[in-house]
Design a protein around this ligand. Structure first.
Ligand code: ZN
Length: 193
């Protein structure tokens, strides 16, 4: 039997679930949400997380795609996060870190690309898609990592679809939570605007 590239390339949501399982078996996930995104990066994957004033000024970072929200450099296993965005919104930082973990897990660790760096513009890191395939995959991974379908689909009805309360539980922005529910087709029709 030969394994095709398709087999080696993981489904983003499935890969996120596998990573959560891996963390659980090693450190114990405990009572989630919120998912310990920082510790998954630092303890399980040995990735450093560094806030940076101007990611574009880093050696090797592209300067032609606008302001960068995040960058993964594989040689030194570092996730760079835009400092201003991180300080403005810790939830945005969480999503950016989860997105870069996605690049590490899907695109670097699995050897699916020879690219040693993943640079992510502001519009690349978003809960509702992404322009390029690799960015969409990293976003799908991040969504499942931070708001696992199995948990959100149970908790959302339990908490009466109280978006603010759910967002607090998952430590995400309210809009991110709402988009996740919409994409999973979990938001009741009477709540849709
Ligand atoms: Zn990206």
């Amino acid at each position: 039997m030969t394994f095709s590239v398709a087999v080696r390339m993981a489904d983003p949501a499935l890969a996120a679930q596998q990573l959560l399982t891996e963390y659980d078996e090693t450190y114990g996930l405990g009572d989630i949400p919120p998912v310990p995104v920082t510790d998954i990066a630092e303890s399980l994957l040995m990735l450093d997380i560094v806030e940076e004033n101007e990611i574009r000024a880093l050696p090797g970072a592209p300067t032609n795609c606008g302001p960068l929200s995040g960058l993964l450099t594989t040689a030194d296993q570092t996730i760079w996060v835009d400092r201003r965005e991180a300080q403005r919104s810790p939830q945005r930082k969480r999503f950016t870190v989860a997105h870069e973990i996605g690049h590490w897990d899907l695109h670097a660790r699995r050897g699916a690309t020879k690219t040693s760096e993943c640079a992510c513009a502001r519009d690349d890191i978003r809960e509702d898609g992404g322009t390029h395939k690799r960015e969409r995959e990293a976003n799908e991974f991040a969504n499942e990592l931070i708001m696992p379908k199995a948990i959100i689909s149970t908790l959302a009805p339990e908490l009466g679809f109280n978006l603010a309360l759910l967002a607090e539980h998952f430590d995400v922005a309210v809009r991110a939570l709402e988009l996740r529910l919409i994409r999973l087709d979990l938001l009741p029709s009477w709540m849709r605007s």
